[in-house]
Every structure is written in C-alpha cells, then in structure tokens.
Design a protein around this ligand. Structure first.
Ligand code: NAP
Length: 294
C-alpha cells in the first residue's frame, strides 16, 4: 500500500523546535496550521503563510495529522485537556522529549481517548531540521507511521524503530547519553592537560584532529558491536586487567593534577567490578556487563 503526501499539517507548540518544524513544512509548500500557548510566537510563521488556530481543538481539526512539540509529557496532557471537541478520530505525532515510560503511558492514554498516536524524537537542533543529516525517530503503530511517512520525511530521514511507543525516546536518551559521554570525555581530558597550563585549543588539535578519528573510529566500534550481543569479549589484544591499570592511572593522574576525579574513579570501580565477575582476561567491551545492570 502506498500513502500520499499530506497537503496540510498542524503544529502544536512553537518553541525553537516547533517553529522550525512549522517553517520547514511551509518551505516545502505544505499548508500549516499552528497553535501555541503564547500566540505571539506565531507572528513570523503567519507572515510566511501559516494559519493561526485559536485553540488546540481548531488546530487538530484543520489537518489530517498534528505534530506536537512542547517541552514535556506532563504539559502535553494539559494541552490536550484543552481539546474540548474531543480527540477521537484525530491523529497526533508527539515529538517532545521524555522517558520511555512517559511515552508508553501517553500511548495508553491516547488509545483510551480514541486518538491515533505515534511517538517520536528529534535528533537534530532546530537549524538542521529538514536539511541533510536530519534524522527523526518514531515508534508506535507501524500502519500509522506508514500513512504519514512521506510527509514526516520533509523534516528529516524518518526512522521507524518498532511498535513499542517507548522506543523513540529510549533511543533518544541513549544517543544523547552517547553524545554527552563523548563531550565529557573531551572536556575532562582538556581539564587534565589544562591543569599543566596547556590551552584547550592546543590540546584539541591532537585530541580531536588525530586521536579521536583514529582511536574512536566508528567503523572499528561498529565491527565490535556484535560481540555485545554474543557476550563474547576475546582479550588477545588487550585484557580488562590491562585496561584497569590505565583507568587507575587516569584517576590517580587526575587527583595529582587537582582536577575532578569522580568520573575516572567511577570507571575504575566499574572495571574492578567486571574483573571480579570473571572478565579479567576479556577485552574492554566486557565493561558492557557492568553497564547492563544498576
Ligand atoms: N531545541 C532543540 O535543540 C531540541 C532538539 C531536539 C529535541 N528538542 C525537544 O523538542 C521539544 C520542544 O523544544 P523547544 O526547543 O521548542 O523548547 P521548549 O522550551 O522545550 O518548549 C517550548 C514549548 O513548550 C510550550 N510550553 C511550555 N510550558 C507550557 C505550558 N505549561 N502549557 C502550554 N505550553 C507550554 C511553550 O509554549 P510558550 O511558547 O507559550 O511558552 C513552547 O511552545 C522539547 O521536548 C525538546 O527536548 C529540542
């Protein structure tokens, strides 16, 4: 079955992200109806051709489907409570951030209201919406996703993750964690060498110009990912005991240099835990065993 591109979309929520979504649709020639708690934020969009709805009801009735992008799930309930005309038969794609259980609870609540509901998450900042590299994640009923896929593709590559409505925000939080861990690694390392008077810009040249691309090569990491599924971590090229030695040096060097030791100490403790569990002769990916449990 093929589904047609929708000629009209409603956007609820006009913070920086909701405004970027609405503007992208407008730029693609799609008719856009918007609603926001603070209506003045719609002025620029209205000047570009958007219709301003007086109520969330009116917005949801104006288009085959509505995209919501407000700050969080608790607020989303409050906004939808304002839909006096009822939600039965409407379609909502919710793109606010949150947790998997919040997304699942909202999907259950939507089903009780007779609202067709798809959950999603946005993986790019507002400036990149609709451009190359823009990716949006979706989870929930696959037929609903398929029905609106062509229109959602205007915002970015739409990746459907599965029927569990919590998957999009679970991926979102996991990927954000991955991003923060990368940035924090650089920032902590910069603080370490900075303690000896090395400018961060000078360190960045070596750390980001050479070290990260070679040692953190994504293709190399991806090639090892299947070992996480298999639970097999052969340590011929380097063992967890060897890595613990390095982690202990990082923690001690941080202390000696007078920088924060919380993170390196935690990594050292986790490495000690997996070694105690019998992974001393396995490779570093056996740290996965420590992260899988509380
Ligand atoms: N900005 C980004 O880089 C980015 C990237 C990825 C994902 N996201 C996600 O996208 C969502 C929206 O983000 P954002 O950057 O646009 O800004 P935001 O500050 O998270 O959300 C602003 C929107 O929430 C509305 N809102 C807040 N409290 C409300 C309430 N009590 N009742 C009704 N509406 C309320 C605001 O309405 P008013 O205008 O009336 O205050 C506005 O429409 C968030 O979940 C965010 O995590 C953002």
């Amino acid at each position: 079955m093929t589904f047609q591109h929708s000629s009209a979309v409603s956007v609820v929520g006009l913070g920086p992200m909701g405004a970027a979504l609405a503007e992208t649709f407008l730029g693609k020639g799609i008719s856009v109806t918007v609603w926001n708690r603070t209506p003045g934020k719609a002025d620029t969009l209205v000047a570009k051709g958007a219709h301003l709805a007086a109520t969330v009801d009116e917005a949801m009735a104006a288009s085959p489907f509505t995209i919501a992008c407000i700050n969080d799930y608790p607020t989303m309930y409050r906004v939808l409570d304002g839909a006096q005309g009822g939600l039965r038969g409407r379609t909502l794609v919710n793109l606010n951030s949150g947790t998997p259980s919040e997304a699942r609870a909202m999907a259950d609540w939507a089903a009780e209201q007779g609202l067709d509901y798809l959950d999603g998450a946005i993986m790019v900042p507002p400036t990149l919406v609709g451009g190359p590299g823009s990716v949006f994640l979706y989870s929930g009923p696959q037929d609903l996703f398929a029905r609106h896929r062509a229109t959602l593709a205007e915002l970015g590559d739409p990746r459907f993750l599965g029927a569990d409505p919590g998957l999009a925000v679970l991926y979102n939080t996991a990927l954000l964690h991955f991003m923060y861990a990368h940035m924090n690694g650089f920032l902590h390392a910069a603080a370490m060498v900075g303690s000896a008077g090395v400018p961060a810009a000078e360190f960045a040249e070596l750390a980001l110009g050479w070290f990260a691309p070679v040692v953190l090569d994504p293709a190399g990491l991806a090639s090892q990912a299947p070992s996480l599924d298999d639970g097999a971590y052969p340590g011929e090229l380097g063992t967890m005991v060897m890595n613990l030695n390095a982690l202990e040096h990082i923690a001690r060097a941080s202390a000696e240099q007078g920088v924060n030791t919380a993170w390196p100490t935690l990594m050292q403790e986790l490495a000690e835990r997996v070694i105690a569990q019998g992974h001393g002769e396995d490779n570093y990916f056996s740290m996965f065993e420590a992260f899988k449990r509380p």
